[in-house]
Write a protein that binds this ligand. Sequence first.
Ligand code: NAI
Length: 245
Amino acid sequence: MNKNVIITGAASGMGLSDTKEFLKHNWNVVMADFNEEVGTQKAIELQNKFPNSKVIFMKVDVSDAKSVDQLAKNVFKIFDSVDVIVNNAGIFASGALHELKESTWERVMNIDVKSIFLMTKAFVPRMMTMRRGVILNTASVSGLYGDYNMAAYSAAKGAVVNLTRSMALDYGKYGIRVNNIVPGPTNTSMFQKNSKEVIQSFNNASPLGHIVEPNDIAKMAYFLASDDAKSITGQNIQVTAGFGI
Ligand code: NAI
């Protein structure tokens, strides 16, 4: 029987690559994203390409408790259990602290960190009952080292790093593994918003001379979700092309 994964932020970038990777391995995928138009279209295309799996788009705002609770209700109407949750949805905001509006700070914190709290509250009780499951969070190298002009984002992603460790400690006894993928600069729409000069400088900052592709993240996500990673939990796994070492 196919296993079931929920991927947030699945309409684009890494989340979309993750979706394709799990489908290649015959999983059922719930593509959960705020962007209904693009997400629905992508789900239809992928369902045609992967007829042996279920590919379902569900609209969610991961920063909103009611929306996440509704997502859980909709998911459990279709599937008895969820094997893996990929908390990938996130937003970026630039600026030093004094330049940020309070609303920007709150938006980044809510979408990048509170979302993990809400998704866990909605889905982990069923995993605890099943005594198995995998949760994958998504931080950033900015959350490991801090970064220029990214105060809110670095703070949010730094919180995800420690949250992952705490979650792994709390849920390990239920057979649930929790890990965190820490991407370096990755070639998605979020990254492409940078100027050509900034993109070039990121390429130059990698000892390999290139940034990360979304598919590199997807391969790591699938590995961490699979039983091949059965002894890995509480880890912050960098996929950075060497950026920041
Ligand atoms: P992206 O912008 O291509 O995709 C993000 C997706 O999340 C979009 O489909 C968007 O609609 C969705 N989303 C945004 N807010 C949402 C909400 N409130 N509820 C539900 N869905 C929402 O971004 P990308 O690059 O694929 O990023 C994925 C994750 O990786 C994010 O957490 C990001 O912070 C992180 N990351 C990205 C890096 C990069 O260079 N692209 C580097 C390090 C971390």
